[in-house]
Write a protein that binds this ligand. Structure first.
Ligand code: ATP
Ligand code: MG
Length: 461
């Protein structure tokens, strides 16, 4: 049974809410002041309905207290009619919604339903939580990823050199490992080498080894990673950063599997498969003369491009379920609104960025479900300021309740209503002043006011 805490100094409002809530089978606890309301807050409380004008501590201060104590708890604020500023202030301070006095019971009931629903769990994520493993831990059921799986399946059966491309965080290393793990080389080593992180002078010896005395500090001979990986797979990550002497040696290796250690003359050979990856445009590097064209063709025998996450957003719920499971949060719930925010975002950092966001949210949400406020702020703000965030929150809410196929009109009306109420308030109720300010004629303004149930205090002018 949902527990709702109602804080208002007007007994009639408390009474009306109690009737409403008990009729719905909820439990109502009422308090006449913010201080007593904060006192009455319990771990069972699911929702707070809070008047902003209270004796003693005012509602906005109380709102912030509630947010500190229980950041995930939805709070509905009751404001006086026409005090738009307070309503906006409340939304900015994290109120879930506001309703205005005099209270319209149907409106209040709808707000309560929405606030309680907000804790609703995303069925989609939960469904995926029950599912088993995917190919090599790679999640993806969108057509774009199905293509990738098909290609992985085909190259696994061969020893062909593979070039993986895709933006940062799209899963290139994961795919390289899956190719190895499903190939006949699975029981032999998988040797990842990051070509960008090794100093230029060391990369050749790292890859191909060196003989004793090959350079200062080469006190003894050392086999390279190609030799260590014998029978297995060498993963050349960030291969676009390979310096040109190493490019020449790699080309030779790809031609006949032979190489020499640095400082050595003996022809060695190694049975390894090469999988390379880059998030740079190798063709452009070739055009600029920074990369050998012949090497490009030798590497690009099988080209596999990983799609960015924004091009396969349908995979997001499944990925979220996977990351919760991987981080020891298998049973963790995700609210519908949080999933909406995760799906709306563009993910420039791709799956890696999503993984970090989910893991962080799992920590911040502690025992409760993941809610929008547990996600990185950039997801809600999309690069805009707090005003835009407040507006976006309102829009999202209105959109959610708008009838299918008529959202434009429904949402626009809500904005218009706010705008007109604001203009009337500023014009102290004067219709002519408000219509001048808005640049719409009085008849139109009057018609809209009628439709929205707005009154002006001085109809005379
Ligand atoms: N399809 C996927 N399913 C599950 N996890 C994924 C998927 N793609 C990427 N990841 C996860 O996202 C993170 C980044 O993946 P990975 O390191 O393979 O990306 P990358 O393409 O190599 O990135 P970079 O170019 O920055 O090196 C890893 O934690 C990986 O497990
Ligand atoms: Mg990588």
């Amino acid at each position: 049974m949902p527990h709702v805490l109602v804080i208002d100094d007007e007994p009639s409002i408390c009474w009306a809410f109690r009737q409403l809530l008990e009729r719905k089978g909820h439990r109502a606890v009422v308090a006449p002041t913010a201080e007593e309301g904060l006192e009455a807050l319990s771990p069972e409380t699911d929702l707070v309905v809070l008047d902003v004008r209270l004796p003693g501590m005012d509602g906005l201060t109380a709102l912030r207290r509630f947010r500190e104590k229980r950041p995930e708890l939805p709070v509905i604020v009751i404001t006086a009619h026409g005090t738009m500023q307070t309503a906006v202030e409340a939304i900015k301070s994290g109120a879930f919604e506001y309703i205005t006095k005099p209270i319209d019971l149907a409106e209040a009931e709808a707000a309560v339903d929405r606030a309680l629903e907000r804790r609703a769990v995303s069925e989609e994520v939960r469904r995926h939580q029950a599912e088993g493993a995917d190919l090599g831990g790679i999640v993806g059921s969108t057509p774009a990823m199905q293509e990738v799986f098909k290609k992985i399946g085909a190259v696994c059966l061969t020893d062909a050199t593979v070039l993986l491309t895709g933006e940062s965080g799209t899963g290139k290393e994961l795919v390289a490992r899956a190719i190895h793990a499903n190939s006949r080389r699975a029981k032999k080593p998988f040797e990842p080498i990051n070509c960008a992180s090794l100093p230029e002078g060391l990369i050749e010896s790292e890859l191909f080894g060196h003989e004793k005395g090959a350079f200062t500090g080469a006190l003894r001979a050392k086999p390279g990673r190609f030799e260590v990986a014998a029978g297995g797979t060498v993963f050349l990550d960030e291969v676009g950063d390979l310096p040109s002497p190493a490019q020449a040696k790699l080309l030779r290796f790809l031609e006949d599997h032979s190489f020499t250690r640095v400082g050595g003359t003996e022809q060695l050979s190694a049975d390894v498969r090469i999988v390379a990856a880059t998030n740079r445009d190798l063709r452009a590097l070739v055009a600029d003369g920074a990369w050998r064209e012949d090497l490009f063709y030798r590497l690009n025998v099988v080209a596999l491009t990983l799609p960015p996450l924004r091009a396969r957003k349908a995979d997001i719920p499944r990925l979220v379920a996977r990351f919760l499971q991987d981080s020891g949060n298998s049973g963790k719930q995700v609210s519908e609104m949080a999933l909406t925010a995760l799906t709306a975002y563009d993910w420039p950092g791709n799956v890696r960025e999503l993984r970090n966001a989910v893991e962080q949210a799992a920590v911040l949400s502690r025992g409760g479900p993941i809610l929008p406020e547990h996600l990185p702020p950039r997801l809600a703000q999309r690069g805009s300021g707090p005003d835009d965030a407040a507006a976006a929150t309102l829009i999202q809410r209105w959109l959610a309740e708008a009838p299918e196929g008529a959202a434009w009109e429904a949402v626009s009306e809500k904005w218009e209503r706010l705008l007109i109420a604001r203009a009337l308030e500023d014009a102290k109720g004067s219709l002519s002043a408000a219509s001048r300010r808005l640049g719409i004629n009085r008849a139109t303004l009057r018609k809209k006011m009628e439709r929205f149930g707005l009154r002006s205090s001085s109809e005379s002018d």
